[in-house]
Design a protein around this ligand. Structure first.
Ligand code: SF4
Ligand code: SF4
Ligand code: SF4
Length: 801
């Protein structure tokens, strides 16, 4: 290759050219796929990536916040571990906490992998083992699988061997939870990181399989909009409500409704990820979604208590344990469709549909277990149609009448027992007082903040159904809950990475903010909207999934648009992408892998460490699980962490018991090698954590901007990121961030509009030497700017000096 150092040439004349600027390589046109060599850790076992984990854990130390100081894992115990005492088996508090965290992670990973196995069985049975994997215009179709295992699956059948690997690893990890196995916290941590990584493989299997078979959008930036919110439901029609995560059986219901032309006669809507996947089903050609979305799991009990559903179909994960009991009170039959949740119901899978229908309509049985999806497809809609008039005739009463509401609020003795147990400490007693005087505004506010758990009702000495009181009082706002959700688009495509990768790595696109996870928010759902709106206005790429994707679609701006209507869905700065349901989170790590592979041409195949190292040092991305509550949220976050992506959880996330936090003041922890010569390079303390809890949205905003900074930022990129960091800190906290100067390498890193002032501050407050004539920094920065430096944490990737 010739080395051109100076000169001019015309871009227009060139075709299919690859441009290499030092070590930054960007392919303009699709380059022919070349066979990649197998990397050094295909199908890693528990110990294979331990050195990478230790590398991470050395900088990002585990901080434990025990929820309980006892262990009751075995009959030696229970053991008091307070004050880091050892249990009868010799395990200490730290190791036990790390074990508890690992248990959560592998529980989450198993939930996704179990989902994947179930889906895959079902889809192979229906579409055959040779059904091709089709995710849209990408050569790198399964980035997570390829990076972790080295496999490149092409068909549904190929996915099975990936699944075999994940299941084997999870079994081995679960075995280490047993008493008398691992004894050191740091090794439990490494195992947790392993479990988190496996989780992303399990999720990718699930989503790739369903995208390929169920006509879901394939990297579609303009996937259609679905209606979302309790206010979207036409309660005059029979209503079929689905709850859960695994859409396989529900597609049969949707097919039946379609075939029988019942779409106008019946409302079908869902809660949680099944709902998201219902809006993806059969929409790959831009067709309108055939189902509506109620919202996140916080709406489960609220929706049932509304009395609107005529039949409830549950599958798996994040489904309340009391659905059957609650539904029974309102004569709503429950159909369980997955062996993970059977509620003690009779298995009617082999029975005649008409017989089951009669038993459920008459109320002889409160519900049925139906594992035959063809039967389910016919039964559920017919049951909803038949139940609606029956329930109406029975005069089923759900929420209290206005008179009853008055009586209930007057019954309150303001003991505040309810507030003590309320996970979000809502001011129920004050709202009761206001409601007594006819002012329902406080209750209307509580409706959004209430996560619908029902704990308050269990302790009320006056037997007040507090949740019903909230919901009845908030009828006006509930009717207005009408938003939109862009149907999950699936992966980010290879062409999108080719276009945007360079901006991301140089920092001129300031970062990816991924808002994911559950709905255990500290202050209601609107926070999600605020976070996304602020970061979108600042040109970040905002990627969303799961309950967070739903909740931010519930609000409209002054023009009456939701964020999905306001911001396009391409992988480019200032765009909002809904990748899909929880299992689509794998596309977020997948995107970062694709940047390393397609933009930087790193070999991903079986080459986990190099790719994670690339992401940690160059891809400015931060995950936010603001309402994280499930075990799955901990495994998703931990998987991101092993891939080098930091994650912030909302205040409730501290209950996961451990964080991974770096210490910016320990300078020796913030160095990497320069792969060009193996020399040590100081780097900015960003990301400064891998998993951390943040208390408020105000605190969160500047942290997001700060933790998108990476060593690879060029001057323009660093300037953009630093501008956002300073502005967000001033806007939300009212102060300049204390450490802003630590991210300055040269004067061109400084925000343009404030350059003069900031140079003065550097001189007067930090003792930096400034050449005022040239407005240049002469001395002061702890880091140099070198556009061709190759930051890496992995020594073996360095050329010898
Ligand atoms: S596993 Fe160890 S610490 Fe836990 S109860 Fe048994 S002996 Fe005690
Ligand atoms: S149902 Fe709502 S008000 Fe009652 S305890 Fe749960 S969150 Fe609090
Ligand atoms: S527990 Fe019941 S009586 Fe006591 S404050 Fe709450 S609603 Fe009122």
């Amino acid at each position: 290759m010739s080395n051109i150092t100076t000169g001019k040439f015309s871009i227009e004349d060139l075709e299919n050219v690859q441009v290499t600027i030092e070590n930054i390589v960007g392919a303009i046109e699709e380059v022919e796929e070349k066979e990649e060599e197998m990397g050094v850790t295909p199908k890693p076992g528990i110990s294979s990536l331990r050195h990478w984990d230790f590398n991470l854990l050395n900088r990002y130390e585990p901080i434990y916040t025990p929820m309980c100081d006892q262990c009751c894992y075995c009959t030696f115990g229970k053991c008091d571990l307070s004050g880091n005492k050892e249990g009868a088996c010799g395990i200490d508090m730290k190791a036990h906490q790390a074990r508890e965290f690992l248990l959560r992670v592998i529980t989450g990973a198993s939930a996704h992998t179990g989902h994947g196995r179930h889906l895959l069985h079902h889809l192979i049975e229906k579409y055959g083992r040779d059904h091709p994997i089709d995710v849209g215009p990408s050569n790198l179709k399964t980035p997570v699988m390829q990076t972790v295992t080295g496999y490149k699956p092409e068909t549904l059948g190929d996915l099975e061997k990936v699944l075999d690997y994940v299941e084997e690893q999870i079994t081995q990890l679960l075995a280490t939870i047993h008493m008398g196995q691992e004894g050191e916290a740091i090794d439990f941590e490494s195992k947790a990181l392993h479990g988190g990584m496996l989780d992303h493989v399990g999720m990718e299997i699930s989503d790739i399989a369903q995208i390929s078979c169920l006509k879901m959008p394939k990297s579609d930036a303009e996937s259609p909009l679905a209606e979302i919110g309790m206010g979207c439901i036409d309660s005059s029609k029979p209503m079929l409500l689905t709850i859960g995560h695994n859409v396989s059986g529900v597609t049969n219901i949707m097919d039946y409704i379609d075939e029988q032309s019942l779409s106008d006669d019946i409302e079908i809507a869902g809660l949680c990820c099944t709902a998201i996947d219902m809006t993806r089903y059969n929409t790959d050609e831009g067709d309108e979604p055939k189902a509506k979305v109620i919202g996140s799991l916080a709406k489960e009990l609220k929706m049932i208590r509304s009395g609107v559903p005529d039949v409830i179909v549950v599958d798996e994960q994040c489904v309340r344990a009391d659905i059957l009991r609650e539904a029974q009170k309102l004569s709503i039959p429950v159909i369980s469709t997955n062996d993970k949740i059977m509620y003690g119901l009779k298995d009617r899978s082999s029975d005649d549909v008409d017989d089951i229908l009669e038993d459920l309509k008459s109320g002889i049985e409160p519900g049925a277990l139906i594992l035959d999806f063809d039967k389910l497809g016919e039964l559920a809609p017919r049951l909803a149609m038949d139940m609606a008039p029956i329930r109406e005739e029975k005069g089923i009463k759900s929420l209290p009448t206005s008179e009853e509401l008055q009586e209930l609020t007057e019954r309150c003795v303001h003991c505040k027992e309810c507030e003590l147990v309320c996970p979000t400490n809502l001011s129920i007693s004050d709202a009761m007082s206001a409601a007594e005087t006819g002012d329902f505004a406080p209750f209307e506010e509580l409706h959004d903040k209430c996560i619908g758990c029902g704990r308050c009702e269990q302790v009320c000495p006056k037997d007040i159904p507090v949740l019903n009181v909230i919901e009845k009082s908030a009828q006006r706002v509930i009717r207005e809950e009408k938003g939109t959700l862009r149907a999950g688009r699936g992966q980010v495509s290879d062409p999108e990475i080719r276009e945007e990768g360079v901006n991301l790595v140089l920092g001129t696109t300031p970062g990816i903010i991924a808002l994911v996870g559950c709905s255990n928010y500290p202050e209601g759902t609107k926070d999600l909207y605020r976070i996304a709106d602020e970061m979108l206005k600042r040109n970040y790429i905002v990627v969303v999934s799961g309950c967070s994707a739903m909740d931010l679609g519930m609000y409209r701006n002054e023009d009456g648009n939701t964020l999905y209507e306001e911001y396009p869905g391409k992988f480019i700065k200032g765009n909002l992408l809904n990748v899909g349901s929880c299992v689509s989170n794998s596309h977020i790590t997948g995107t970062a892998i694709k940047v390393a592979s397609i933009f930087a041409q790193r070999n991903v195949t079986g080459n986990f460490e190099e790719i994670a190292d690339y992401i940690l040092n160059r891809v400015g991305a931060v995950g936010v699980a603001w309402g994280a509550y499930s075990q799955k949220a901990s495994s998703i976050a931990t998987g991101c962490n092993r891939f080098g992506i930091p994650v912030i959880v909302g205040p409730h996330g501290s209950k996961y018991r451990r964080a991974l936090i770096g210490k910016p003041y320990e300078k020796d922890k913030w160095t990497v090698y320069d792969a060009r010569n193996g020399e040590e390079l100081p780097i900015p303390s960003s990301p400064e954590f891998l998993l951390s809890t943040v208390e408020s949205v105000e605190e969160l905003m500047p942290i997001l901007a700060k933790n998108c900074m990476r060593p690879s930022d060029n001057n323009m990129g660093r300037m953009i990121k630093l501008t956002n960091y300073i502005e967000l800190s001033e806007k939300y906290l009212g102060v300049m961030p204390e450490d802003w100067y630590q991210f300055v390498r040269t004067e061109t890193d400084l925000p343009l509009t404030k350059r003069g002032d900031l140079l003065k501050k550097l001189e007067s407050e930090h003792g930096w030497e400034i050449d005022w004539k040239k407005k240049k920094i002469i001395s002061g920065p702890s880091m140099k700017f070198d556009v061709s430096a190759q930051p890496t944490n992995v020594k073996r990737l360095c050329k010898e000096a």
